[in-house]
Structures are given as structure tokens and as C-alpha cells.
Design a protein. Structure first.
Length: 60
């Protein structure tokens, strides 16, 4: 049985979109990030996003 360690670089960690935008300092508050997402100003992989959408490494 093979187990991946939590620090395995091939393992992608998912984070809520609104949280990622806030932590990346693109918005002053998480609420601002949520409003922008709900207002249709944020797309992920050419699709409209929702605040609870999980983003992973490689998403555009």
C-alpha cells in the first residue's frame, strides 16, 4: 500500500475560491471577494465561479 505524505508536491490541495482571493490579497475582505464572484467578475477555467468553488493548482 502506498500512502502520499501531506507534503507530496503531486498532491493538489483544494481551497475555497473566496478564501484564496482574500488570502492572496486581491480583496480587502472575504466578503468583497464573495460579492465580486457573485457579481460574475470571476471565472475559473472559462466558467462562472461561485464563492464555494474549490480551486486547485493549475486552475485558470
Amino acid at each position: 500500500v502506498t500512502h502520499k505524505s501531506p507534503t507530496d508536491p503531486t498532491e493538489s490541495v483544494a481551497v475555497r475560491l473566496d478564501v484564496w482571493l482574500y488570502v492572496a490579497c486581491l480583496f480587502r475582505t472575504r466578503s468583497e471577494a464573495q460579492r465580486a464572484i457573485k457579481g460574475g467578475k470571476v471565472d475559473i477555467n472559462n466558467h462562472r465561479a461561485k464563492p464555494h468553488r474549490e480551486v486547485r493548482s493549475g486552475d485558470t
